[in-house]
Write a protein that binds this ligand. Structure first.
Ligand code: GDP
Length: 440
């Protein structure tokens, strides 16, 4: 995602290379490019213009430290401003009610039902909650079934009344059911339409008024660009919702919605959906997203996700190995098995700095690791524990044995090397060294 934008920004910052100080003159071209990149990413015109004006004000006259290129300084200013534009701080979710009531709103196909499941799963597994899912779509029986399928998948009860045509009543009954049966979160999935229409708005407004949710969330498909912003406005006018859920970010190559929504409706983006699987949900961190847009990768998210999947015992063992410089290809293989469990490859690659750009034209499949695994399997045990002994001759043998090319073996060696370095740096408190290296 966002590859186009980060590519263009990259070019824009290049213009500044070789200049010692940021001036009105040399910054103008760069910012023009930045603005164009934002517009291409489907960011609202006025927002893009205000954005570059602000960055310019901050940039001009700043002394560029000798160690810092003006381009780098500008990247930092742009990053900070982007972070601000997308909401600044992380916005939490209000779970103060008993039960806490969460109302989902949005158009049909935005990913409401999928997200309701993801959120229920998230609250159950990460926050130790007992959620109840409620099917309030009275028009499409398939939607009720879909929620039941999702509920079965994650082991969360789904409340529905297939014969009842009154969504207000269904929602109220569901809350009664939750109170009587010890559910502490109620997630109400509602009916959506393909476009904003009065009937839908009236209906959701009625449900909203009747159940008084602590959280009203608006779900929107990130791929719809500026339309997403317009829809958000329409729903916000009626519901004054509390937060935005941006789905399908795994497929979004433009990112304009993420950048524009906060400033148009002034409501924070709280979560993002990054795939069809129930685990493909991330808390929205404006600063990390800004880094990602700028092609710096979202290493922290990646690490967190990895941490969730890794078992502690294994992690401790691994840490020891890294500290002792004993991390080898067998461990790498184990890591790959773990990564595979994390889900969507494309999404993961997008989080690695530089990788999304480098691999932009590569079709990543779920068995993207097939070659890597084959290569490692063709190594001898000693080669796996001491990769430094792998010379040209050995590389040729490994390539032959695994049915790959020497370049592929080289590439893997390089990746391995980078990964080892990265992991060593993560050892510091909070991975600070790594962030430093990345200029954060
Ligand atoms: P609803 O009509 O708003 O309830 O939307 P659904 O939950 O049925 O989602 C519509 C389609 O989008 C389904 O095929 C989902 O699998 C898919 N979908 C939902 N969220 C995501 C996401 O974050 N990424 C991707 N790639 N697909 C998603």
């Amino acid at each position: 995602m966002f590859d186009n934008l980060s590519d263009k920004l990259d070019k824009a910052f290049h213009i500044l290379k070789g200049h010692g100080k940021i001036t009105e003159v040399n910054v103008a071209d760069t910012l023009k490019e930045v603005r164009r990149a934002l517009l291409d990413a489907d960011v609202n015109f006025k927002i893009a213009k205000d954005f570059t004006t602000k960055v310019k004000e901050k940039a001009i006259g700043q002394d560029v430290l000798t160690t810092l290129q003006p381009g780098q300084l500008l990247v930092k200013l742009v990053k900070d401003e982007l972070t601000e534009l997308m909401g600044g701080d992380v916005a939490g979710i209000n779970l103060s009610g008993n039960p806490s009531i969460i109302l989902m709103s949005g158009l049909q196909g935005s990913g409401k039902t999928t997200f309701s499941g993801k959120l229920a799963n998230f609250l159950k597994t990460k926050k130790n909650k007992k959620p109840l899912l409620v099917a309030c779509d009275i028009y499409r029986p398939a939607a009720i079934n879909q929620l039941h399928v999702v509920g079965d998948q994650i082991g969360v009860e789904v409340y529905s009344e297939p014969e009842n045509k009154n969504p207000v009543e269904i929602a109220q009954n569901a809350i009664k059911h939750a109170k009587a049966n010890g559910f502490n979160v109620v997630i109400v999935d509602t009916a959506g339409r393909l476009a904003v229409d009065k009937e839908m708005m009236d209906e959701i407004a009625r449900v909203h008024k009747a159940i008084e949710p602590q959280e009203t969330l608006f779900v929107v498909d990130a791929m719809t660009g500026q339309d997403a912003v317009n829809t958000a406005k329409a729903f916000n006018d009626i519901l004054n919702f509390d937060g935005v859920i941006l789905t399908k970010l795994d497929g979004d190559t433009r990112g304009g919605a993420a950048i524009s929504i906060k400033s148009v409706v002034n409501k924070p983006i709280k979560f993002v959906g990054t795939g069809e699987k129930m685990e493909a949900i991330d808390v929205f961190y404006p600063d990390r997203m800004a880094e990602r847009i700028l092609g710096m990768g979202d290493v922290v998210s990646l690490v967190e996700r990895a941490q969730e999947q890794f078992d502690e015992e294994e992690a401790r063992k691994l840490q020891k190995k890294i500290a002792k410089n004993e991390f080898g290809f067998d461990d790498f293989l184990t890591q790959i098995q773990q990564v595979k469990k994390m889900g969507n490859m494309k999404d993961l690659v997008g989080m690695i700095p530089g990788a999304s750009k480098a691999m932009k034209d590569v079709e990543i499949e779920d068995d993207a690791f097939k070659h890597i695994e084959a290569i490692i399997h063709s190594m001898t045990p000693i080669e796996r524990t001491k990769p430094s002994i792998i010379d040209v001759k050995r590389k040729a043998r490994i390539a032959k044995g695994s049915g790959t090319k020497v370049e592929q073996v080289n590439q893997l060696m390089k990746q391995f090397d980078q990964m080892s370095k990265m992991m060593k740096m993560m050892q510091g408190p909070g991975g600070k060294n790594l962030m430093k290296m990345m200029g954060g």
